[in-house]
Design a protein around this ligand. Structure first.
Ligand SMILES: NCc1[nH]cc(CCC(=O)O)c1CC(=O)O
Length: 353
């Protein structure tokens, strides 16, 4: 893990050209604002260590996306093309120069980035686990047979059904608060969410079960953030690089490389998690049918002594594991039609695949 203390005394001449006020584009949601502010604070701290004489500030610039507007109007997200709408509005704001950089939830980023933007920084990852929030403090194993669990994610549905065939999964959408509200209101018995998101908005204490990585593999990149800016902003790139965590970067590169290759070969929901220990990168992945009947889970490792930002070995590991899974039958995992009957409205993946 990168500790900011290591930066003390680092001399970066590129920073001479960095403007004192940096504009960070963010969506308006509580989660987006909190994670943008978290990153802004970390960046200012890092800059304070390497350029103590100057007082940098990060200003949050709110970007209203078509996705936010339609969510308020109740339009289903599916009709807008999924989470991509949130991401592209932010990206456009950076490309137009309305802001200097943007912070995204890495798991919501489509695999291919647009021309004119670069993945400048992957800060240290939050816990990537998924959690359950159950009614009456009930954990996943304590929910009675027939319990109804809400999630918009085929990945979460497939893995929960693989664990328990006696529960029902229904599609829900909305922001984190809305989804938790469906448990409080009794519409569903439980919902599943990313622990990282709950932590960021300070509601993690409401979790009644934390899924282990044996029970449920997260979405590739879950818990990590991605910071994008123009590759021509040399001073900004140097600044953002201060907060980059090379181990998180290597892990998410492996997970995303796997996803890219699997998505091309099979339409099944995918979970993946890479961890780094003893100079070894370990990648574990799941692909399964949404009814939980068929699934495939594989693991592979690669030595990775000194993961550098664009470490090709991580990508190679992800591609190789995906190839092995396709050879072992993942290509045959085709989702059943109309997998998640909606509790209240049209099912949307909301990006938490
Ligand atoms: N798709 C929505 C989304 N995008 C990022 C997070 C928070 C977790 C993260 O940063 O990975 C969430 C909420 C969720 O999945 O519960």
């Amino acid at each position: 893990m990168t500790t900011l203390d290591n930066l003390f005394g680092t001399f970066l001449p590129e920073l001479d050209d960095l403007p004192t006020v940096l504009r960070l584009g963010t969506r308006r949601s509580k989660l987006a604002r909190t994670q943008s502010q978290w990153f802004a604070d970390r960046l200012v701290t890092a800059l304070g260590l390497v350029a103590p004489g100057r007082e940098f500030r990060v200003e949050l610039v709110e970007v209203v996306t078509p996705g936010d507007l339609s969510a308020a109007a109740g339009t289903p997200l599916t009709s807008l093309g999924g989470t991509g709408v949130f991401v592209s509005a932010l990206r456009d704001a950076v490309l137009r120069g309305d802001c200097d950089f943007a912070v995204h939830s890495l798991k919501d980023l489509p695999n291919a980035g647009p021309e004119g933007l670069t993945l400048a920084c992957v800060p240290p990852r939050e816990c990537p686990a998924d959690v359950l929030i159950g009614r009456d403090d009930l954990g996943f194993d304590e929910l009675p047979p027939g319990s109804v669990i809400g999630t918009g994610s085929p990945r979460r549905a497939a893995q929960m059904r693989a664990l328990r065939r006696d529960i029902e999964v229904v599609g829900i959408r909305g922001n984190v608060d809305t989804r938790i509200g469906k448990v409080t209101s009794g519409e569903v018995d439980a919902v599943v969410l990313a622990l990282a998101g709950l932590r960021r908005i300070g509601r993690h204490a409401e979790a009644t079960h934390v899924f282990t990585s044996e029970q449920m593999l997260p979405a590739p990149g879950q818990g990590a953030l991605a910071v994008e800016c123009s590759p021509s902003s040399v001073a900004l790139l140097a600044a953002l690089r201060l907060v980059d965590d090379r181990i998180t970067r290597a892990c998410v590169l492996a997970e995303r490389a796997l996803l890219a290759r699997l998505e091309a070969g099979c339409a099944a929901p995918v979970g993946a998690l890479a961890t780094y220990e003893d100079e070894t990168l370990t990648l574990t992945a799941f692909a399964g049918s949404i009814d939980g009947v068929t699934s495939i889970r594989r693991s592979a490792t690669a030595p990775l002594g000194d993961p550098r930002p664009d470490e090709p070995d991580a990508t190679t590991l992800g591609r190789a594991l995906a190839g092995q899974m396709l050879d072992d039958g993942a290509a045959l995992l085709i989702p059943v039609p109309d997998p998640l009957p909606a509790a209240d409205e049209v099912v949307a993946r909301e990006g938490d695949s």
